[in-house]
Structure formats: C-alpha cells, structure tokens
Design a binder for this molecule. Structure first.
Ligand SMILES: O=C(NCCNC(=O)c1cc(-c2ccc(F)cc2)cc(O)c1O)c1cc(O)ncn1
Ligand SMILES: [Mg+2]
Length: 214
C-alpha cells in the first residue's frame, strides 16, 4: 500500500536525524521539504521568527493548535525552560500518529502533551483535564477558519491573561482575514506583523503576534 507524505517525512527524520537531537530533526524535515516533498510545516524562515518569539516570551505554558507532523512542536519544546509544558492539539489521527514519533525521535516527549481531537471541543476542557490556569503563549497553525472562533473561546474560558501572546501562522497564505481584522482592530490586543514567506517557497506569508491586554 502507498505511504503517505507524513510517513515519508517521518522516514526522513529516522534516516537523517540523530535521536535526542531536536535541531537535527528540524534540519532533516526542512531538507526533506526543500528537496523531496513540500509539506505544510511552519518551515525554517518563519521558524526562526517563531524561535525568537518563544525565547522572548520564555513561556511556562504553551498551547499549539495544529500539530501536523510535530515540526513546530519540536522547535518550540526544544526552547522551553525545564518544567514548562507544551500542549498540542491535532484533529487528524494520522497526523497525530506521525507527530508522536517525530517528537519522540527528538527526545521531547516529556515536555509535550499531544491531544487528539477538535480544538473547539478541547479548549473548554483545558483547565479541568490538564490543570492549566492560563497560557503564556498560543501558536495558531490549525484550520484557518478556526483561528478567530478559537480565540474567542480561549478568552471566554479564561485561558488568556494580561500579557498572553498569540502567534498565528499563515495570516497571508492561505490567509485568515477575519482573525487578522479582529486582532488588529480590537482594543484588547496589541498586534504586530512579521513578514516572511510561505514555507519552502517565495510566496509571501507571515506571522501575526498579538499580545492580549486583558
Ligand atoms: O489540514 C489540516 N490541518 C492543517 C492546518 N494547516 C494548514 O492547512 C496549512 C496550509 C498551508 C498551505 C499553504 C498553501 C497551499 F497551497 C496549501 C497549503 C500552509 C500552512 O502553513 C498550513 O498550516 C487538518 C486536516 C484535518 O483532516 N483535520 C484537521 N486539520
Ligand atoms: Mg501553517
């Protein structure tokens, strides 16, 4: 039977990356996506912006919406302080199965809790299920039409505090127009656009960083 692209991406990690070395996992995925097959990871260019925001926020609690194969999960988790926790939500069970193995290859499973299911179902259960108070950083990289409703949901569930940072991928391509309009016009957010390119291409894309003002 035919392998899937995520399965081939995992194969490239297991072949070319060193177990327990997150940077080599990131490098192996970027090499695979540049030279073999494009895949919708945040990629190396936007990944550097992600790294700088993670380092600046130095979060104790992180929520990632949209795990895919775990590329950004590995980037973020490898920068977290010792007792910090990253919860990553993935709807697609096939993506989740690959991501677990990529995260394990990087040796980061103890820092990451991968949850399978729909963000809309899980966000209201975060506090009771995972003992989370608020998130210091949220990385939005899931279905583009869920960014805005899930942001409202996180606010309603009291998961954001004064200073919580939302970092959103793909605000230009594929685009999240309703989300962008909201965070840029709402008095409760301070937003900043980081111009970049769609992963592994010359197409414009960017990350939007929005600080919740409470
Ligand atoms: O597709 C699911 N999630 C990925 C969300 N992410 C994206 O869709 C995404 C897409 C692109 C992209 C950009 C240009 C292009 F031509 C094609 C795709 C880039 C990115 O950086 C993304 O992040 C999904 C499936 C499923 O069955 N259940 C739950 N989620
Ligand atoms: Mg993306």
């Amino acid at each position: 039977t035919q392998s899937t692209r995520p399965q081939r991406l995992l194969g490239a990690v297991q072949k070319n990356a060193t177990r327990g070395d997150p940077r080599s996992v990131v490098k192996a995925i970027d090499h695979f996506c540049r030279n073999q097959e494009w895949a919708m990871n945040v990629g190396d260019e936007k990944g550097c912006i992600l790294d700088s925001v993670v380092s600046e926020v130095n979060p104790a609690t992180v929520l990632e919406l949209g795990t895919y194969c775990g590329y950004s999960t590995v980037r973020i988790a490898s920068l977290l302080p010792p007792h910090a926790k990253l919860i990553t939500l993935e709807f697609n069970p096939d993506f989740a199965a690959i991501a677990r193995q990529v995260i394990a290859w990087a040796g980061l499973e103890h820092k990451v809790q991968l949850v399978e299911g729909a963000s809309g179902d899980w966000i209201p259960k975060m506090k009771e299920q995972f003992g989370v108070e608020t998130f210091d950083l949220v990385f939005l990289d899931h279905w583009k039409d869920r960014y805005l409703p899930d942001t409202h949901l996180m606010e309603e569930c009291g998961l954001l505090r004064k200073g919580s940072v939302l970092l959103a991928d793909n605000v230009i391509c594929p685009g999240t127009p309703d989300y962008l309009e909201f965070v840029r016009s709402s008095p409760r957010y301070k937003s900043q656009y980081f111009k970049s390119h769609l992963e592994y291409t010359k197409v414009e894309d960017g990350l939007e960083k929005s600080v919740f003002l409470g």
